[in-house]
Design a protein around this ligand. Structure first.
Ligand code: NDP
Ligand code: HSE
Length: 434
């Protein structure tokens, strides 16, 4: 039954996602009101420049630069401005004035999530953020609700579409990093500040949000070990392909058991994935997230990780839920109680590695390298040497290890780098998904 008192919806931002959300609110009003149980009235849209060109034509009279006034009296505030300020201040003001909040702002939640969720809890309001991780893919609600009774061991996957697009172009079309990045830029895949994507910040923000939900612990961006794709070269992609791997920028959130109790590891880095693994088939700007839960087993979530209209779908799902809650009354569904699990340093993780060294192509070199590696307690699984093709007689040796602790591996790499026989450590890549 529809409640005809109407809910006032304030939209902050009309960029790629916001303009599509506004369009859906305006063009699908009657269907949405049936689903939400009340009319959703778009009260206004706050932007920086009311005359700026938009992806979608929006009624001029709805646009305003006065976000503060728009928030007053709103039942639902949709924040799609991005960034930390003024988004943070507007969200807190919205909660304080009794509104439920819907946002896609991963940067804000990964840094000020605790403050915002605490405010919502105290005020009995809800903050929904399905769009903040992996765009259109429903992953927040499954973690928060569907899997709330399970014990999540590990989440890993591709949560940044633009870097996946770049790595995929390099892998499938043999492009250089610069060429692939140029195409990604031309297609509008990269953030306005491309370092957010290329250096792994965007993926790390999403990893922090996923880990917070999975482990019922507040995880912020500072807790995430982050490496980006800026050092991945066409040669590395080529070497990975020859060894049966592809390189993907992965987010990994993992529960670790130790003598001193449980901890968690949250990390983002480019890693080798077997070409047989389902993640190897995630092409272009798509995202995929694997969840390993004690009772449910392995679950995979796949689809569009970005895009205005795709992300608007996730926003609208949250808007309909927020409207239903607003009509039903009662307090919002808060974040789950905090367990406060400590974050383990990167040195604690265990995985396989592939280390590529440039060496002099001379007798005895391989034996010396094997000696250094085994002395450090890292077990070698494979060694491959590519014959020297340069005039100076240098060859590449690729060492694949068995599972080893990161600290032992990095100590080994440091000793290799210092040894007389190694000219250069070309790359060190982790192997994931095994
Ligand atoms: P855009 O940069 O395209 O749009 C931002 C909008 O916010 C613009 O309309 C801008 O106004 C407005 N805005 C920014 N700052 C202010 C301000 N100080 N006062 C008033 N208005 C302001 O962002 P997106 O639509 O791409 O992203 C929105 C949010 O959704 C971000 O948090 C992003 O991380 C998230 N997200 C985006 C995805 C995507 O595919 N784009 C996917 C998943 C999440 P004006 O137009 O006048 O400049
Ligand atoms: N820059 C992000 C990406 C946008 O490439 O995935 C979606 O969050």
């Amino acid at each position: 039954m529809i409640d005809h008192r109407r809910l006032r919806v304030a939209l902050l931002g009309a960029g790629s996602v916001g303009s599509q959300v506004a369009n859906l609110l305006l063009t699908q009003a009657s269907e949405l009101s049936e689903r939400a149980g009340a009319d959703l009235e778009l009260a206004g849209i706050a932007v920086r420049d009311v005359d700026a060109a938009r992806d979608v034509d929006l009624p001029r009279e709805l646009l305003t630069t006065d976000a503060e006034s728009l928030i007053v009296g709103a039942d639902i505030v949709i924040e799609l401005m991005g960034g930390i300020e003024p988004a943070r201040t507007h969200i807190l003001a919205a909660l304080n004035s009794g509104a439920d909040v819907v946002t896609g702002n991963k940067a804000l939640l990964a840094t000020h999530g605790a403050e915002i969720f605490d405010a919502a809890d105290q005020l009995g309001a809800s903050v929904s953020y399905e769009a903040a991780v992996a765009g259109a893919i429903p992953i927040i609600r499954p973690l928060k609700d569907s899997l709330a009774g399970d014990r999540i061991q590990r989440i890993f996957g591709i949560v940044n579409g633009s870097t996946n697009f770049i790595l995929d172009k390099m892998d499938r079309e043999g492009l250089s990093a610069e060429e692939a990045q140029r195409i990604a830029t031309d297609l509008g895949y990269l953030e306005a500040d491309p370092t957010l994507d290329l250096e792994g910040y965007d993926a790390a923000q999403k990893a922090a949000i996923l880990a917070s939900l999975a482990f019922h612990t507040h995880v912020s961006l500072d807790d995430v070990h982050r490496e980006g794709i800026e050092n991945i070269t066409a040669d590395m992609i080529d070497g990975a392909r020859r060894a049966g791997f592809t390189i993907k920028l992965l987010a990994v959130c993992e529960r670790l058991e130790g003598e001193d109790g449980e901890s968690i590891s949250v990390r983002v880095y480019p890693a080798l994935i077997s070409r047989e693994h389902p993640l190897a088939s995630v092409h272009g700007g798509n995202n995929a997230v694997f969840v390993e839960a004690a009772a449910a087993g392995d679950l995979m979530f796949y689809g569009a990780g970005a895009g205005g209209i795709q992300t608007a779908s996730a926003i609208m799902g949250d808007v309909v839920s927020a409207a239903r809650r607003h009509i039903a009354g009662g307090v919002g569904v808060g974040e789950s109680p905090r367990q406060s699990l400590p974050t383990a340093p990167i040195g604690r993780i265990m995985t396989r590695y592939q280390v590529t060294l440039e060496v002099a192509d001379e007798p005895g070199v391989l034996a010396q390298i094997s000696g250094i590696v085994s002395e450090a307690g890292v077990s070698v699984a494979t060694v491959e040497q590519t014959p020297s093709s340069d005039a100076e007689g240098r060859a590449h040796i690729v060492i694949g290890t068995h599972r080893a602790r990161e600290q032992a591996l990095s100590d080994t790499v440091a000793r290799l780098a210092e040894s007389d026989v190694v000219e250069r450590v070309v790359s060190v890549l982790r192997v994931e998904g095994e």
